[in-house]
Design a protein around this ligand. Structure first.
Ligand code: ADP
Ligand code: MG
Length: 235
């Protein structure tokens, strides 16, 4: 099966990190060995979602050639580890995204699933993971501006030799005026799932606990567990 997934979007703030953390945690709860990786090198914030202290060894150190990927790997719970990225801009300047390939291959050999939380936009560090991953999961809200930017991520994935698994629509509302199927059809990608707007998503970030653990029976948590099954086939 596909092991390495890039969680990507054109626009920022659409739910990539939330999706990375909760897809990963849902699969770990189902017994799979999972690594979640903050490859959003410039705007890293995955650590806060899972209560990790960001001032220890991070992916920045690995990409600067100063640490091994194992040194930057932290156990979160049974079956799941995180590789955080640093938040220091000087350290960021020292990193070379090219080293990401080796780091990802090392993780691939150790885990059943690896989820890369990719930065928004079209910079080199964003495009690189799209080609390294076995499949790209596109994340967007239903808003036209976000959907429009998703086209660019699809094009960048094609150009970097990657392949798109499909689209996840986040923060959806029951009476939204745009059909979710129509959005996916227009982008010519499969609709993998929809995650409803749920205040527990924000609360879980403040709590530093994945949503699927923080409020497991809430609508977004249920949707993330369903998405994990749709993407991987793991029940
Ligand atoms: P990205 O990584 O794409 O920048 P995040 O995962 O950080 O996006 O999410 C951006 C904001 O939206 C966060 O404050 C998060 O709590 C909130 N959010 C994400 N998904 C949902 C949801 N389903 N319902 C409500 N708020 C959400
Ligand atoms: Mg993010």
């Amino acid at each position: 099966h596909e092991t390495v997934y890039a969680i990507a979007s054109g626009k920022g703030g659409v739910g990539k990190t939330t999706t990375t953390v909760n897809l990963g945690t849902a699969l770990a709860e189902a017994g799979e060995r999972v690594a979640i990786v903050d490859t959003d090198l410039g705007m890293a914030n995955l650590a806060g979602f899972v209560s990790l202290t960001p001032d220890s060894t991070t992916l920045h150190d690995v990409l600067a050639g100063d640490a091994s990927i194992d040194d930057a790997t932290y156990r979160l719970a049974d079956n799941i580890v995180a590789v955080p990225s640093g938040t220091n801009l000087d350290e960021y300047a020292e990193t070379s995204p090219e080293g990401l390939r080796d780091a990802v291959e090392e993780l691939r050999s150790q885990f059943d699933y690896v989820f890369l939380d990719v930065g928004a936009g079209i910079s080199h560090e964003t495009v690189l993971p799209l080609g390294l991953a076995d499949a790209v999961i596109l994340v967007s809200t239903p808003e036209p501006a976000a959907v429009h930017d998703t086209k660019k991520t699809i094009e960048l994935t094609d150009r970097s030799g990657g392949s798109v698994a499909g689209l996840v629509l986040t923060r959806t509302h029951p009476d939204g005026d745009i059909s979710h199927d129509d959005i996916a059809d227009r982008l010519e990608v499969p609709l993998l799932g929809t995650i409803p707007e749920d205040p527990a998503a924000r609360d879980s970030v403040y709590a530093g606990t994945p949503l699927v653990v923080f409020e497991p029976e809430g609508p977004a948590a249920i949707a993330y567990r369903r998405l994990a099954t749709t993407v991987t086939g793991v029940e």
